[in-house]
Ligand binder design. Structure first.
Ligand SMILES: *Cc1c(COP(=O)(O)O)cnc(C)c1O
Length: 480
């Protein structure tokens, strides 16, 4: 085990000492058993450490992490909002935590009731008929929805419809999910207002179209103003409309996507309805559908009859997409968040998400050009190449010195040097003002002392990493 100290220069040293022990095992209360020799290893190359050294090592590492519980985290698209601690206390209730997934339905009525009510609340928020809580993430919800469209087309005897339309502002998971689901994709360009180019859409609608995948508000943070007409055109061409619901925190309590004609949509419970998700999960990408696709939902889903709850497979279900019942702990967190926030609160969530983003945009757009000058929704996209030789990456790295997590950079792809900023609804005006001050100071530095930006971050445990090496050749296991 290696350790890096808290001073500026990393001091790497081996902590293991032969014979140190940090745990004690209870006396065995079962007969001992000789393992077959091919399973047992004589030498196991593990570090030998006392408990205190291990605690200090991991505590030190955790302090190097950036987290929403310590600082502002304005990642665009990801909705890094505050996660109320009451969610954690609800999810760690032993009645939820220790419930065995194979228990009889009659002994899991509380869990089934929670699942049923969560399905109903989310259908109400989104304007849908039925929902499945199975998918474990947004992208998993996308794949489920795409497979539902595929099954519905097969049911209609139209197996040659294999073209999915995807706007050029889409999240990368959209084309990936289509491809995994056996479709080909065609990119639809955005027009000068940042919305789908309607002429290009019309031209793409032929009898090979299976559907369209749409994010609303889109990843430029702009409301898709022609959403009703888009759904109508795609339906008339014989296709279905998939809604990417990752940006629902701009809409809750104000606009129901199902009512605009979207056939199937995922909610990122871990974005819109809280749950910590930095670092990769766990999440929940529950998928909801209108009348046309509801019979194809993955299952099982929870249903209610005369006050009793049970699980059932939708009539023409695509089947299971996950073992057991989804990421149940995340479902408890989302339901707790929904009950605590209430209907009026959910509307205020959307209003404040939009207000906060527009406030940042108004206070930054004189220094950081915003290519689509319309009023934004819960996020906006600016450009970071604000001075000679200064790039978005330099702005992002310098922000770390000011104590802020950088926004999303170089996405969406249609804006060169993109800085995609989402403050979320949970940040105070004081925090937003500090961020604005930092961004304005950095803009001044970009003109006067650009080398400060090029060499940033100056005060982080690690500076500019080789991201390709980290992704391609990760070192994941201990080598003594
Ligand atoms: C986050 C996100 C996704 C993918 O969701 P995951 O839960 O990360 O799989 C898809 N589309 C958009 C617009 C997103 O922001």
């Amino acid at each position: 085990m290696n350790a890096i100290n808290m001073r500026d220069e990393p001091l790497v040293y081996e902590l293991s000492r032969n014979g140190r022990v940090g745990c004690s095992l209870p006396k065995a209360d079962v007969p001992s058993y000789e393992l077959p020799s091919e399973l047992a290893r004589a030498e196991l190359d593990l570090p030998e450490l006392d408990e205190l050294t291990v605690v200090r090592h991991f505590t030190r590492l955790s302090q190097k992490n950036y987290s929403i519980d310590t600082e502002f985290y304005p990642l665009g698209s990801c909705t890094m909002k505050y996660n109320p601690k009451i969610n954690e206390s609800a999810a760690s209730n032993p009645g939820w935590k220790y419930l065995h997934p194979l228990v009889e339905e009659t002994q899991a009525q509380g869990a089934l009731e929670l699942m049923y009510k969560l399905q109903r609340v989310l259908c109400e928020i989104g304007g849908f008929e039925a929902a499945s809580l199975q998918p474990a993430a947004g992208a998993h919800g996308e794949l489920s929805g795409v497979l539902m469209i595929r099954a519905a087309l097969a049911h209609r005897g139209e197996r040659t419809r294999r073209k999915m339309l995807i706007p050029d502002s889409a999240h990368g998971t959209n084309p990936a999910s289509c491809t995994m689901g056996g479709f080909t994709t065609q990119t639809i360009p955005s027009g000068p207002d940042g919305n789908i180019d309607m002429a290009a859409l019309r031209a793409a609608l032929d009898d090979s179209v299976a559907g369209i995948m749409i994010t609303n508000p889109n990843t430029l943070g702009l409301f898709e103003r022609n959403i009703v007409e888009i759904c109508d055109l795609v339906h008339r061409a014989g296709g279905y409309v998939y809604g990417d619901g990752a940006n629902m925190n701009a809409l809750t309590g104000i606009f129901k996507p199902g009512n605009s004609g979207i056939d199937v949509m995922h909610f990122n419970l871990h974005k819109t309805f809280s749950t910590p998700h930095g670092g990769g999960g766990p999440g929940a990408g529950m998928v909801a559908a209108g009348a046309a696709l509801a019979p194809y939902l993955p299952g099982p889903i929870a249903v209610e009859h005369a006050g009793n709850y049970r699980l059932t497979m939708p009539e023409k279900s695509i089947g299971r997409v996950k073992s057991f019942y989804g990421n149940f702990g995340v479902l408890v967190r989302a339901y707790t968040y929904l009950l605590m926030t209430g209907a009026d609160g959910l509307r205020r969530v959307a209003e404040n998400a939009v207000l906060n983003a527009n406030y940042l945009k108004a206070r930054l757009s004189d220094l950081y050009p915003v290519p689509y000058a319309r009023r934004c929704m819960h996020e906006f996209v600016a450009r970071g190449n604000i001075a000679e030789g200064v790039h978005t990456l330099d702005i992002a790295k310098r922000l770390i010195d000011y104590g802020f997590h950088p926004p999303t950079v170089y996405f969406p792809l249609i804006v060169p040097e993109a800085l995609m900023i989402e403050p979320t609804e949970t940040e105070s005006k004081e925090t937003l003002d500090l961020f604005i001050e930092a961004m304005r100071s950095i803009a001044a530095e970009a003109g006067s002392r650009p080398e400060l930006l090029h060499e940033a971050p100056h005060h982080a445990p690690v500076a500019r990493l080789d991201e390709v090496m980290a992704a391609r050749c990760p070192i994941l296991c201990y080598k003594g």
